[in-house]
Design a protein around this ligand. Structure first.
Ligand code: GLU
Length: 418
């Protein structure tokens, strides 16, 4: 019997994709499809830390292992105060769908620690990461569950995880991805999610007949995803970036933003306030400002039922995971705004994580041209497949992506006899 499902956006999309699949493919048992909505294992740990002032504290850590029918669990670890079981579960579920929609041999997982890393010294961050790794060490591994960077985690943190795990298990670089180049990282992993967003943007623009060299683009979020996406859309597609933001607010300039200057300002001050190259807006104002393409690349739920009515973009490319509320998604689709959903749009990161893992297992390393070429091939073929399914079944890209992913996971579960 199935347990109660919390109706978040991801579950709502999953259930509507399941309805669609049942309409088209009656060979999949509905109970099996429903089982896909649940995680296989959910781990909660209390991570101890001795603070620099000598006091002992604990932080709650999570790892949700959602589904491993198609390969080891795969997905990031985030260090953020909002991390909790529900968030990890939702994001793990999205990872199962993401690895399936781009057809790489992984399942889905997600986790992290509920903490504010800005309040920790480097030593505290390292100790916390190592203690967390030890608590998870029986449940992760290159053939079991492979974490990666996510919000507020980076190559240095991945290096500590790989080192700590390797102390017990022998050198095991394949236990995490997103590592530094010096210890088994892959070239091109840093830019990978932003580069994948750029490919998704290019394909979507082509599909609706929007010329990228005339396109005006707003990107919400200037972290790893948003900053690389902005730079690559400008450099490789010739798009004009007219809006960028951080959590504090953003800059809008209809003539285009000088990205290099914005990046320098951000590197110096950690935000874009007082950056002279445009008008200062709140994030809510920026999302509904005039543009052709909107790329939310910040935290979850930025597109709400309130702002969805006023979004001006023709295309929304979801750089961030779970950034659109279910009611907002319906509004966007009623308004004929073309949405490339998160599980497809931001899959570039996990695709290059897959390349990193392959390189680690083979102990043989690729060059940048091979990484970029393979990433483009996988992103474009996943995009084309989803787009063909969307047209054939006459629904949007989100339900099409979910259907493609769920059918792949369900077929693997049947073949394995799960
Ligand atoms: N955190 C990234 C994501 O949400 C990357 C995950 C990975 O590389 O495993 O897709």
């Amino acid at each position: 019997m199935s347990t109660a499902i919390i109706r978040d956006a991801v579950t709502t999309y999953t259930l509507s994709a399941i309805e669609q699949i049942n309409g088209f493919d009656t060979t999949i048992d509905p109970d099996l499809l429903n089982a896909i909505a649940h995680s296989k294992r959910e781990i909660i740990v209390e991570v101890p830390l001795r603070r620099d002032d000598g006091k002992y504290v604990t932080f709650r850590g999570y790892r949700v292992q959602h589904n491993d029918a198609r390969g080891p669990f795969k997905g990031g670890l985030r260090f953020h105060p909002t991390v909790d079981l529900h968030e990890a579960r939702t994001l793990a579920h999205l990872m199962t769908l993401k690895t399936a929609v781009v057809n790489i041999p992984f399942g889905g997982g997600k986790g992290g620690i509920a903490c504010d890393p800005r309040q920790l010294s480097m030593r505290e961050l390292e100790t916390l990461t190592r203690n967390f790794t030890n608590l998870l060490s029986a449940n992760i591994g290159p053939r079991v569950d492979i974490p990666a960077p996510d919000v507020n985690t980076n190559p240095q943190i991945m290096a500590w995880i790989a080192d700590e795990y390797s102390k017990k298990h022998g050198q095991s670089w394949g236990v995490v991805t997103g590592k530094p180049l010096e210890m088994g990282g892959s070239v091109g992993r840093d830019e990978a999610t932003g580069r994948g967003v750029m490919y998704a943007t290019r394909e979507a623009a082509m599909e609706i007949g929007l010329n990228m060299t005339d396109a005006r683009v707003i990107i919400q979020g200037f972290g790893n995803v948003g900053s690389f996406a902005a730079r690559l859309i400008e450099q490789e597609l010739g798009g004009k970036i007219i809006g960028i933001s951080t959590s504090l607010g953003g800059i809008y300039n209809k003539h285009g933003i000088d990205l290099e200057r914005a990046e320098n300002h951000y590197a110096q001050f950690g935000n874009l306030k007082d950056f002279a190259g445009g008008e200062w807006l709140t994030n809510d104002e920026l999302l509904v400002s005039d543009c052709d393409i909107l790329i939310p690349a910040a935290l979850q739920k930025s597109i709400t039922k309130t702002n969805a009515k006023s979004i001006k973009a023709k295309i929304v490319v979801e750089g961030a995971n779970d950034c659109t509320e279910a009611e907002a998604d319906k509004i966007l689709s009623d308004r004929n705004i073309f949405v490339v959903p998160d599980i497809l749009a931001n899959a570039g990161g996990v695709v290059v994580s897959y390349f990193e893992w392959v390189q680690n297992l083979n102990n043989h390393y690729w060059g940048i041209a091979q990484v970029r070429g393979e990433l483009e091939r996988i992103m474009v073929s996943a995009y084309n497949h989803v787009s063909a399914v969307a047209k054939e079944r006459r629904h949007g890209m989100r339900v099409a992506s979910y259907s493609v992913a769920i059918e792949r996971v369900a077929k693997a579960m049947i073949l394995r006899g799960m």
